[in-house]
Design a protein around this ligand. Structure first.
Ligand SMILES: Nc1ncnc2c1ncn2[C@@H]1O[C@H](COP(=O)(O)OP(=O)(O)OP(=O)(O)O)[C@@H](O)[C@H]1O
Ligand SMILES: [Mg+2]
Length: 364
């Protein structure tokens, strides 16, 4: 299994910086997802690894092999990087049958005929397309075309797998199925995988490691758990999670040997060792971390209900107090009239605190 290493990589298009000073390590056999909003540099990063674009500066290693360095004059072309690529459009050849689409790469690699036939058969079985091997892409559904693209990769058996939003053209049901398929493909091939998406659910469900990018810069690289529970910045906290994370503006107050942070209608204990500028902090709180009661409880925060939005398995409840707006996520189908009051509480441990100017996690 190979690792992928980018050091100090920068890529510009004219005045536009698409990737800024990127250091990225993808561990051997890892499934790493690059997540971020449109235009943040995800596809560019993938194309740099593939060799479809050249960095302005920096180095790229695949395993122990230097594949790009302008300083050393090294530029290994894409076809010599042993990569498998799936892009948003599966790029099947329209004038070739399923079978030819799958075997073309193997023929170019000059594999012996019987080896090609064996790989073709195995790949078709894996994606359950044996029956359709003589059809043309135009005679297949979107999901079937996608499976041909997957079969082509299985047959090529690359050591590195690069995928750019491969599921974006599929309907919701098929997406969930195909996620499972892609994860299995990664495991079967034992290929180091870089997957690009702007869908945070996809990133959290599929990955061993998530890299969040914004404006050409890596914001955080961590496990899905840490991305969700210990976001490095306010941007990461707000980009990941649905419904959106609650944001509370607070003031830190000392006295009587106890430091607290005051959010207006509630205050919680605060770690006096954290370095806070001018006393102001921003806290975040996940909607599912809030407890709720329909009856009054001592010390709980009384709120009004602004909206109740059941989705079936869970319910989003939008609430407000005099100074705070809090979104609460409850399991199950929650029914309640908006004119009834509610009482809320949360553990101080559920909060993350951020610098109000830089947006950096204070605990980081
Ligand atoms: N060939 C190009 N010429 C000029 N600018 C480009 C080119 N390719 C990308 N860019 C710019 O570089 C930036 C990063 O683009 P990139 O395609 O990597 O974004 P992305 O994160 O993949 O976005 P999306 O989620 O919309 O696919 C964008 O601002 C884009 O306009
Ligand atoms: Mg893109």
């Amino acid at each position: 299994m190979e690792d992928i290493r980018l050091t100090g990589v920068r890529k510009t298009y004219g005045k536009e910086v698409a990737v800024e000073n990127m250091d990225l390590l993808v561990e051997p056999g890892d499934f790493l997802t690059i997540l971020g909003p449109s235009g943040c540099g995800k596809t560019t990063t993938l194309r740099l690894i593939a060799g479809l674009e050249e960095p302005d500066r920096g180095e790229i290693h695949l395993a122990d092999r230097l594949v790009f360095s302008r300083e050393q004059g090294v530029i290994v072309p894409p076809e010599n990087r042993n990569l498998g690529l799936i892009f948003q459009s599966y790029a099947l050849w329209p004038h070739m049958t399923v079978r030819r689409n799958i075997t073309l790469g193997l023929e170019h690699a000059r594999l012996p005929r019987e080896k090609i036939d064996r790989r073709l058969q195995q790949a078709l079985e894996k994606v359950q397309l044996e029956e359709l091997r003589d059809r043309y892409p135009s005679e297949l559904s979107g999901g079937q075309q996608q499976r041909v693209a997957v079969a082509r990769l299985i047959a090529m058996a690359p050591t590195i797998l690069l995928m750019d939003e491969p599921l974006s053209n599929l309907d919701a049901m098929l997406r969930v199925d195909m996620r499972g398929e892609l994860r299995r493909l990664h495991k079967d091939l034992e290929a180091t995988t870089v997957y690009v998406t702007h869908d945070q659910v996809e990133a959290l469900t599929l990955s061993d490691t998530v890299v969040v990018m914004d404006k050409a810069v890596v914001q955080q690289q961590a496990s899905p758990y840490d991305i969700y529970h210990r976001p490095a910045s306010l941007f990461v906290a707000e980009f990941v999670g649905n419904p959106r994370i609650n944001r509370l503006d607070g003031m830190v107050r000392g006295g009587n040997g106890e430091t607290t942070v005051d959010f207006g209608d509630v205050s919680v204990p605060f770690d006096a060792n954290l370095n806070v500028r001018n006393g102001s902090v921003v806290a975040t709180l996940r909607p599912e971390a809030i407890q709720l009661s329909k009856t009054e409880k001592e010390g709980w925060l009384k709120v009004r209900i602004d909206a109740v939005q059941p989705t079936g398995s869970e319910t989003v409840i939008k609430t407000s107090s005099d100074r705070l707006k809090l979104t609460v996520l409850q399991p199950g189908f929650f029914q309640m009239a908006t004119d009834e009051p509610l009482w809320l509480r949360f553990e101080a441990e559920s909060l993350n605190f951020f610098d109000s100017e830089t947006g950096k996690n204070l605990a980081a």
